[in-house]
Every structure is written in structure tokens, then in C-alpha cells.
Design a protein around this ligand. Structure first.
Ligand SMILES: [Zn+2]
Length: 460
């Protein structure tokens, strides 16, 4: 099957140019001006941009948390991702204390295999370390799981100590692995949380007030320091705070391989959302929490300057009804997380490119190319090149959109960006050459998405 996409403007992380793209089966086979190649089907992309399919390296689908399970599973979550222009996700397999990392991966494969609309991979979260677990790390890098997550928050659940941070960094560093961290000081947060509950402060705003920016900045700084002394590269997930970003920028100036991602919620929403009436603030209960107005300007600058390399969603959806409601009288019982896999690309385009904060090429780098390079998917994914997977988005930069729960694919009863308006719509989305989204309709096949074995860190 040969598909030609004609007359579009190709946008990669480095270039913008007019070209026709010829796809044969799953791959891009030629990129040239005014292609004369024979084809079976053709799409005219005149006036449209063609991006490499976006890659979301931070999702939680079908994940148990706080006595409940996320509202989106791998079918609804990956369909929503596709609708938003994303053609590959990397989700987190969480180690159960006392069990192996391999068992965690088996459990997550059972949740995902055969159920995805687009391609997927897994990071592995290490929650309970010993010598045997440490030995699994090189093995898993070899098997296509080169990224390992550790938590400095969620005391008594996922949180690990500094010794564990160091040992995981040392082992990953010599094995071609990249260590990812949730950087908030869980001990400090635990004390503040107890104090607030003791004073009868139970509303959603206290979620944010019990997790102040200093708790993030301290953890980011500690993690960077330990990573530097180990010599290993390291990556901070969902960085939300300007002070923490300053620590990342300093480490990068020293020449250390420190990378960081932020998320649309920290760029577009602020702490006053927690005051929404009738428990509405619970929609935004996530960790780290939303920050003070003005903080987002530093994050936008970080994206423009390159100190933040990735924008991911941290999609982790829970319904207001029966799920977020578990914390109606106690903010610590509100399941942490919010949906965003479907809106990430459009929100960053509208908030970043249309407002002149980042260029189209930077946008492509943040949502696709840098994630592909950092997480071992490049150059098969993350760019538009001959030989790469035909993961492509025909994007109409002039088409208006309004975010609404009523029209979303995400299987959850609210959208944190309800009513947000902007321009830029992924009209057609191809996953390995197959059209999966056509003008707002899902036209793919569930199970088309394949597990992606990724390369060790640092190859591209
Ligand atoms: Zn997360």
C-alpha cells in the first residue's frame, strides 16, 4: 500500500519546507518536492503543516492508585492520545514491593497488549530495591526498557530513600539506563499534611499548600546532586516550579546531563483553581500541585531556552464522581492526577506557538523529537525522514478548537481545560502508515498499537 501526502509544509525539530511524503506500508519511503511516484491513495495537505507524530512519555493508564483505578484504560487512553496527534506513549509499570521489576512489566503488558490504538512502551518504577532488583536493571535495558523511575514523594507508598536513589543511578548509569524522578520532599509534605488535617483544613486547596514549591526545589536539588556524584544522566518528570527549574539550569551550565519535562497544566493553570466551588478544586489535585500565577512565565522561558526539553501530559484520569469524591472531607484521599493526553499537543501549540513563546520547530522538538531521542525511539520515531515510521500528523494551524468534556475521547467526567479556545487541529493522524484519526473521528483498529522496544540512553 502506497500513500502520498501532497503539498504540505513539513515541520521537524530543525527544518520547515514544502514537500510530498510517500509512505509505503509502515514507513516513509521518499520526501521530495512534487513527487511523481505512483500511489494507491493520496491526501492533499495544501495549507497544512505535517508534524512527526507526537510522543507522550508520561501517562498512567489502567493504573491502581489510592484504592481505585484510573478512569482511562489503554484503549480509551490511546484513542484519546491519537485524537490529539500523539502516536506513541510511554506509560509507567509500577513495581509492587517485594516483587520483581519483571513482574511489574508482565502486569502492565497484560493491561496494554492488544488493547492500544497507537504504539506504546514502558518505564519501570522502582519502589523496593535490593541486590536482586538491582541486577534486573541491565537486563531490562537490553530488553527495551531503558528508563527507570524513582519517587522522592508519597511517603510510605512509593517513596525511596537517598541510598536507593544513588544505587539506582549508579546501576542505570553503567547500563545505558536513564533514571527519572518524581522530585518532591515526601517527609516534609508528610509533616505539613498532618498539621493541616489536625487543624481541620480538609479542602482541595490544602493539597497545594501542603506541597509548597520549596518541597520540590529541595528534592530536585538533592536528586541532581546525587546524580552528579554518581556520574549518571538523570531526568526530572513534571517539573512545576521556577526555583526547581533554576537548579536544573545551574546543573546544565556545569555540563551535567540533567533533563526535565514540564506539563501543560503547569504552563496554563494556576493555584487559584483549587478554590473552585462545590469541591471543583479536586479536578486539579495532582502532584506537584498547580503553582502561583506568574510561575508559568519561568517555565515558558525554560522551554524557549532549552532548559526544559520535554512537554508530557502526566495523564492520570479519575472521575469526579465516585473517585475524586473519595476525598470530599479529606484532601489526602482525593486520587492524584488529571486527564491531558488528548489536549497536550493542541494546548502547547495554542499556548506556545500561537502566542509567540516558542517556534513551530521548538514545538515539534518538545512534543516529539526530544522525547524520542531521550527515550530510545529515535530515529524510528520523533522525526520525518526516509526510513522512519510513518507516524504523521496533518495539522491545520488555522482551524479553531474549544476544549470540552462533551466532545473528548478521554473517558472521564470532566476536562481541566473546559472552554479553552485556540487554533490548531490535528485533522489527520497516521500511525505507522495507517490513518487512525480523520477529522475528529477515530477510524483505526484497536490492537494496531505495538509495544516498542527502545534503545539504551545516549545513542542519538
Ligand atoms: Zn505521573
Amino acid at each position: 500500500m502506497r500513500t502520498l501526502i501532497k503539498n504540505g509544509t513539513v515541520v521537524t525539530a530543525s527544518d520547515t519546507y514544502r514537500a510530498d511524503i510517500l509512505i509505503e506500508d509502515e514507513k516513509i519511503v521518499s520526501i521530495e518536492l512534487e513527487s511523481m511516484a505512483a500511489y494507491d491513495q493520496v491526501y492533499d495537505a495544501f495549507g497544512k503543516l505535517i508534524f512527526p507524530g507526537a510522543i507522550d512519555v508520561h501517562t498512567h493508564l489502567d493504573m491502581p492508585f489510592g484504592g481505585t483505578v484510573t478512569a482511562d484504560d489503554f484503549t480509551t487512553g490511546t484513542t484519546a492520545a491519537a485524537a490529539g496527534g500523539t502516536t506513541c506513549i510511554i506509560d509507567y509499570a509500577l513495581q509492587t514491593p517485594g516483587k520483581s521489576l519483571e513482574e511489574a512489566l508482565q502486569a502492565w503488558h497484560a493491561r496494554a497488549d492488544g488493547k492500544c490504538a497507537i504504539d506504546y512502551g514502558f518505564h519501570v518504577a522502582v519502589t523496593d530495591l535490593n541486590d536482586t532488583i538491582l541486577e534486573e536493571i541491565p537486563d531490562l535495558v537490553e530488553k527495551g526498557y531503558p528508563s527507570f523511575k524513582v519517587f522522592m514523594a508519597y511517603k510510605g507508598v512509593f517513596q525511596v530513600d537517598d541510598a536507593t536513589l544513588l544505587r539506582v543511578l549508579q546501576q542505570a548509569g553503567v547500563s545505558g539506563g536513564l533514571v527519572l524522578v518524581h522530585a518532591e520532599n515526601g517527609d516534609v509534605i508528610d509533616v505539613l499534611t498532618r498539621e493541616m488535617l489536625a487543624e481541620g483544613k480538609t479542602e482541595p486547596i490544602y493539597h497545594a499548600l501542603s506541597r509548597p514549591p520549596q518541597a520540590e526545589e529541595e528534592a530536585v536539588n538533592r536528586f541532581i546532586t546525587i546524580a552528579e556524584l554518581s556520574g549518571a544522566p538523570a531526568y526530572i518528570v513534571h517539573l512545576s516550579d521556577a526555583g526547581a527549574l533554576g537548579r536544573v539550569a545551574e546543573a546544565r551550565l556545569r555540563g551535567h546531563k540533567i533533563f526535565a519535562e514540564t506539563c501543560p497544566q503547569y504552563l496554563l493553570l494556576s493555584i487559584d483553581r483549587y478554590y473552585e466551588p462545590d469541591f471543583g478544586g479536586a479536578k486539579y489535585v495532582m502532584s506537584p500541585p498547580l503553582r502561583e500565577e506568574g510561575n508559568e512565565e519561568f517555565l515558558w522561558d525554560g522551554l524557549a531556552s532549552g532548559n526544559l526539553q520535554v512537554v508530557a501530559s502526566d495523564h492520570c484520569s479519575f472521575n469526579m464522581k465516585e473517585q475524586k469524591e473519595l476525598g470530599l472531607h479529606d484532601f489526602t484521599k482525593i486520587p492524584n492526577g488529571a486527564p491531558g493526553v488528548e489536549t497536550r499537543v493542541q494546548l502547547l501549540y495554542a499556548g506556545g506557538v500561537n502566542s509567540g513563546r516558542i517556534t513551530q520547530n521548538q514545538f515539534v522538538d518538545l512534543v516529539s523529537t526530544a522525547p524520542a531521542r531521550l527515550f530510545g525511539l529515535y530515529p524510528q520515531k520523533g522525526t520525518i525522514a526516509v526510513g522512519s515510521d510513518a507516524d504523521l500528523v496533518i495539522f491545520n494551524p488555522d482551524a479553531p478548537f474549544t476544549v470540552s468534556q462533551g466532545t473528548q475521547f478521554q473517558n472521564v467526567d470532566y476536562n481541566p481545560y473546559e472552554g479553552f479556545q485556540g487554533h490548531g487541529v490535528p485533522e489527520k493522524v497516521f500511525s505507522r502508515g495507517e490513518l487512525v484519526i480523520n477529522n475528529g473521528k477515530y477510524v483505526g483498529k484497536i490492537g494496531h498499537g505495538k509495544f516498542q522496544k527502545r534503545s539504551p540512553f545516549g545513542q542519538f
